[in-house]
Every structure is written in structure tokens, then in C-alpha cells.
Design a protein around this ligand. Sequence first.
Ligand code: NAD
Length: 273
Amino acid sequence: MIRGTTELVAIVGSPIAQVKSPRNFNAWFERHGKDLAMIPIDLDGQSLDGFVDALRAWRNLRGCVVTVPYKQAIATRVDTLSPRSQALGCVNVIRREADGTLTGDIVDGDGFMNAARRHGFVPKGARVLLIGAGGVGSAIAWSLCEHGAASIVLTDLDASRVERLRALLATHHAATDTGTRAGARLGSLAPFDLVVNASPAGMAGYDELPVSPDGLATLRADTLVADVVTSPEATRFLELARQAGCRVQTGAEMALAQLGNLGAFMHVTPLDI
Ligand code: NAD
């Protein structure tokens, strides 16, 4: 029940009907007797400036989750960015401070790491193959570096994105060895402890395998194979990895494992929910 006293958080994107956060947050608020609610906002991109101004003025709003396609555009409009948001040029959550200023962060990588740890993945010293060097791939790569990954090999259909991310990681996380591979020449996957599809390949309407079946046949059984795609939940990539005997992590697990990070950043849930 939303009352006059209820404090709000929001999630903004376009389209918005597919997002799971309102259901997940509102269920948690209700279960814990909190006078809080999350509302979804399908925003016309022409109104971004006015929207961000309204967030500053909105006194009963604690914060706002930001999703596609506004993660980059909103990052340029808030007042303060976390160091990782600053480097990646991206936010997926903003908090409204008591004085009305807005602070942004990107916690996609934290969600990924939370979910991977639940599968027994140890990031320190890990060798990683990351397919997709866009927004989510960059956030995951950043977190893997923060947690001591030994090496990350990057690949993407767009070579300029790979090079940009490689250079960024080399500047900020020199302790992690970063390499690149052209998609057609991925070769054996046996050296990797973690293989992540951080591209949309495999989502409904883009039925593509991020790695060829020949490549998947070279996976070690103790490799964790993860996908960021949430629909379908079990992608063909993950099915093939499972058949190869690997542990698999779905995009839905990553999204769910991020709830506490989003909620804690907006000061509406504990980190560990
Ligand atoms: P983006 O457009 O910023 O980046 C996607 C990248 O993938 C691009 O660089 C593109 O060139 C590359 N790519 C596309 N097809 C490829 C292929 N076949 N092989 C290699 N690279 C390929 O998008 P994004 O914001 O990073 O989102 C990527 C996916 O992550 C989307 O499907 C999105 O729905 C999903 N996502 C999941 C979560 C989660 O919590 N599970 C969170 C956010 C986004």
C-alpha cells in the first residue's frame, strides 16, 4: 500500500515493463514491513534533463535504479560519481542525498561477483574469458580486476570496444593481465576458470551462440560458465556448457544477486538481502 508517508525509489528506462526490480524490491519491503515502494518509470529520452532535475527536487525519493538506454546519459547529468562509474562512464543506480544532490554508481559487477561466489568461484588469481565489452561486460571486468583476477581475455564483435576496455583496465588495474582475441579465433577454452557471455547473443530474437560448439567442447569441467542474458533464463550457451559438465550461472541469478547492492546504495535495504 502506498500512503502519504511512503518513501519511494524508482527504476527508469525505456521500455520498462520487462524489469523485475519493482516486484523484487516491493516484495522485500512488504515482507519486512517497510513504508517504502519502488515505481517503474518509462521515460521519453527527450526529457532526461527535466527528469534529473525532478529527482533532485523530489523530497520523498531515496534513489533510482537506471537501466537501458539511460545508463550513460544519466552518468553525465548527476552531481557525483563513484570512481568506477567515472571511469566506465556509466551508472545503474543513483542515490538522492539529503541536500538533493545525486550520487551515481554501477553495481552490475558486484551482482555478478555475488552470484559467482555462490557457485564457488574464487576471483583471486582466476583466468577469465569475457565475451562482450559493452556496458555490462565493462562493469564485470572492472569487478574481476578489483577482486584480483590474474588475467582477462576480452573479445567483442566491435574491435574498438575491446581496445577501449583493454586500455581502461590496463590504466586502472595494471595487476590484471589483459589480452584480446578476435571472435573467430577464440581457440581452446581449457585455460579459463571463468567464461562469461556479457553480450546479448542468445537472448530472445538474437539466437546466436557467443562461442562456437567446437569451442564449448574444449571447456574444462571445473570452469564456471556464466551468461548475462536474462530472457531466456537458460540460454543455449549455458545448456551446452552444462552438457560439457560445467557449473553454470544465469543472467537472472546475477540480477537477483545485485538487489542488495542496489538497495544498500539507496539506503533502503541491507547489503545482504
Ligand atoms: P551493450 O550494447 O553496451 O554491449 C553489448 C556488447 O556485446 C557490444 O559491445 C556488442 O558489440 C557485443 N556483442 C553483440 N553480439 C556479440 C557476439 N555475438 N559476440 C561478441 N560480442 C557481441 O549492452 P549491455 O548493456 O552491456 O547489455 C548486454 C546484455 O546484458 C543485454 O542482453 C542485457 O539485457 C544484459 N544485462 C543483464 C543484466 C543482469 O543483471 N543479468 C544486467 C544488465 C544487462
